[in-house]
Design a protein around this ligand. Structure first.
Ligand SMILES: NC(=O)c1ccc[n+]([C@@H]2O[C@H](COP(=O)([O-])OP(=O)(O)OC[C@H]3O[C@@H](n4cnc5c(N)ncnc54)[C@H](OP(=O)(O)O)[C@@H]3O)[C@@H](O)[C@H]2O)c1
Length: 240
């Protein structure tokens, strides 16, 4: 038996999700045409949360649909980031198992901070080469599905990501919940109904089949601002 101490795994970042949701639990309309439906106050909330994060992680479909560049919100929020002891701009992390990220997307034209793409061995050689040209790193983190636990440990070790803000969409969020990586949820509930069985929710992807498998959170705070409910939930029974 070896007496060598077991090497410690690198630490994980603190992961917090921020989403806006309708009263019927949808994060977009079924046709995905409406993706922005909360108030200006909620947009400020998004930038305030970004100002506490080293990095933002986003699914490929969300970046594609919203055309977001995952910026820090401008001078006021740069100041806030510096006050919070962070760098001026957040690192940007995109997730695409197949590598289906458009290298001409707007996000790559805006070079204010590094962009990392997490992908799998499913990516084609051509896509890999193209994305390597426009991104600051393309990391293969699994054969067919991304191993988020390993990917997040890598982000912390290589890019010093201690606080990671996950901005969806539903498929990415669900993979993060399933891997037990989510520490906190910021959910803005908007007094609207979108309806539609196939409209996305905050956690799509694969469903748990037993109540015992449900991820458990506790409500930490709740604020009603002009009819929108700003809530925060913390993870219960973190076995980390
Ligand atoms: N209301 C809000 O706050 C809010 C916030 C964000 C997004 N949204 C909405 O949510 C919708 C998009 O959500 P979505 O669920 O369709 O897409 P998504 O989560 O943004 O992106 C999904 C893609 O990410 C990659 N991915 C996710 N999990 C993976 C895993 N475990 N392994 C490998 N790759 C993985 C896959 O890319 P590949 O297919 O390329 O492999 C997958 O197709 C949009 O309508 C958007 O407007 C709303």
């Amino acid at each position: 038996m070896s007496l060598k101490p077991k090497a410690k795994s690198p630490k994980l970042p603190f992961v917090f999700i921020n989403m806006a949701m309708t009263a019927d639990g949808k994060i977009a309309t079924a046709n995905r045409a409406i993706h922005s439906f909360s108030s200006a106050r909620d947009l400020r909330h998004l930038y305030e949360l970004r100002a506490t994060a080293d990095a933002i992680i986003c699914g490929a479909r969300t970046v594609e649909i919203s055309k977001s560049i995952l910026d820090n919100g401008g001078a006021k929020f740069t100041k806030l980031r510096l006050k919070n002891g962070l760098t001026e701009y957040n690192l940007r992390v995109l997730v695409s198992g197949s590598g289906s990220v458009d290298p001409n997307a707007e996000i790559f034209q805006n070079k204010f901070s590094p962009i990392i793409i997490l992908t799998t061995a499913r990516i084609s050689k051509t896509d890999l080469k193209q994305l390597q040209k426009v991104a600051d790193g393309v990391k293969i983190c699994g054969q067919t599905e991304i191993n988020f636990r390993a990917a997040l440990r890598w982000l912390r070790a290589k890019w010093n990501v201690k606080r990671l803000l996950c901005e969806g969409g539903g498929e990415l969020n669900e993979a993060m919940f399933r891997a037990d990586l989510v520490d906190e949820i910021h959910l803005t509930m908007c007094p609207k109904i979108f309806g539609g069985r196939i409209a996305p929710t905050i956690a799509d992807g694969i469903s748990f089949s037993k109540l015992a498998q449900a991820k458990k959170f506790e409500l930490k705070s709740m604020l009603n601002f002009d009819g929108e409910l700003f809530t925060t939930y913390s993870r219960l029974n973190s076995g980390q």
